[in-house]
Design a protein around this ligand. Sequence first.
Ligand code: GLA
Ligand code: ZN
Length: 678
Amino acid sequence: METMLGGHLLHGCDYNPEQWLEYPEVFEEDLRLMKAAEINSVTLGVFSWSVLEPEEGVYDFEWLDRIIGRLWEADIQVILATPSGAMPHWLTQKYPEVMQVRADGRRNLPGKRHNFCYTSPIMREKIKELDVRLSEKFGQRDNVILWHISNELGGNFEDSACYCEQCQAAFRQWMKKRYGTLKRLNQAYWGRFWSHSYTDWEQIHSPAPHGEWTVTALEVDWRRFVTEQMSSFCLWEINAVRTYSKLPVTTNFMDFFKGLDYHRLQRILDIVSWDSYPQWHAQKDEAPVAVRASAGHHMMRAMKKQPFLLMESVPSGVNWRMFNPLKRPGMHMLSSMQAIACGSASVQYFQWRKGRGSYEKFHGAVLDHKNGSCTRTFADTARVGRRLKSLTGLVEGTVNRPRVAVIFDWENWWALENTTGPRLDIDYVSCVLAHYAPFWEMGIDVDFVGMDDCVEGYTLVAAPLNYMYKDGYADKIRRFVGEGGIYVTTYFSGMTDESDLCFIGHHPLEDVLGIIQEEIDAPGPEFENSMIFNGISYPVGNLRELIHVSGDTQVLACYTDDYVKGMPALTAHSFGRGTAYYIAAEPDRALLNALYKEAAGKAGLKNPLGIPLPYGVTVSLRTNQDGGGLIFVMNFKNEPAELCGFGQYTDGETGEIYKHQMILEPFSCRILISEETV
Ligand code: GLA
Ligand code: ZN
């Protein structure tokens, strides 16, 4: 991918010069300061529809043409966006059907963004006319390197769907295709319960707060459909920009966004990119925030097992949270390096220059309203630019190749959090992050993979709250463990099939896990319990399965209290050449650390430095074809951290030699040369 992107790390930003068209001096200053900040790429046109097509059928590309030309002269590359993310008022006034309808049936009013119906033929036609022209005019320009389709698809907060009649009709078609007959649909939906059998396809309606919200299978199907419909819209735009251009395409994803199955959506893209806005400095302990940011990066890289792009981040603070801290000294560099460490080929910002008005005028940007470039933020940005420039040769051809996979699956997410019981507050992302954190703390890189993905080549697979088993998943895991893999899974796993129908008789992996699930207890907080593992007592949370073990299963810990006292709470089972761990009760952090340490040891996994890391410090490894590579050592504590006990390493940037010991400055990253992979 580096070659596709011109062989260097991108340092760029969303650039929205249409806000300043009446001020040519602003553009001149922008160009000068971009060079000063080592900006080598800008994303243009993300929300420019009303300027590109001020009236229906009247196009004005002159300003964009001029700007792209000047950027070319300045040796700055362009990621060119299609502007469907926000619609001009002439469009919504003339064709109200392009605006989304909410779940309660009300059509949105004009304004805001991400407000379009992705099914509407008029919306599709209008955007196509514009995209094809963009393709013709700019699709072969020397410094245009990538198409950026729309913006944060579905980014209308949690519920990204359109519920209009055209979408309902498309949903019915989708259901017909999926189930073929109403009989099969009714069986899959357990339709006789509450007399919910369908007798006509026209009776099908999307889930709604004032209608059918009680059938998880419908909820999951609706979200599958929304993903497919949005993908088809995205593909529609991709085909349009490809009319006169062969450039690769991306669209910018968001942090753990529930509305769309990114594992599916990414299939139509050439490059995965995302927008990362970690909530630094919300608390003094930055490690949980670093864990989440790192997980996001790993998720994006794992989708194509290739470098991804950090399309947006902020050099200072955002404006949309309750608290919006500025990045403390060192954090901008560190969080930027974290992205590179996890496999990014870029660091880019939203946005270059703070706008004067409207919603995001107080959102951080590289250039400030009052002080232009005379700011700490600008200096920090330029520093990152210089470092990326000097790193380019070093990171080229390297990528992370983890041996651990954590299963993260969108369909499972939808089903798990929609189903009723055993608790109503199950939080999949928090649980997955809790299982990921021990690897981050150990400095072991992870791929996040969906249940459809291949697990061959991994040594350890963790599958927390793996509630819904997709077709073929159990067989894949059986093979994986049989061939020597280490598998860790939890309570409330293997409960239902793809239609949310409960498995009857056996857990699909009963033979592999060596346990029999009985019921799951979800008592109130006063009913405390714990388990003792390797002599240490760990409190358990309020989801506790009652399980029984088969003959050769090892009981690693039992409940200590209540009526379940003495029953297994943590087990390990040898199956074929591998081992499957089962965590029957909600574990705390300390237990997960202890268990994954043991499991990683068994799997022969260690971090590239081969030493235990102090809390708040992690490492990430990007390897090259020869088995060598780069070790990114990152300190997320606002105080120095000491690392000792490793061998000898050379600093890839300064040439300094570290022998057995190193002190990391607060919020800092060093990049060491690794001679061999571990
Ligand atoms: C998203 C959007 C940007 C901007 C930023 C603000 O990432 O894509 O247009 O609104 O959020 O944080
Ligand atoms: Zn619609």
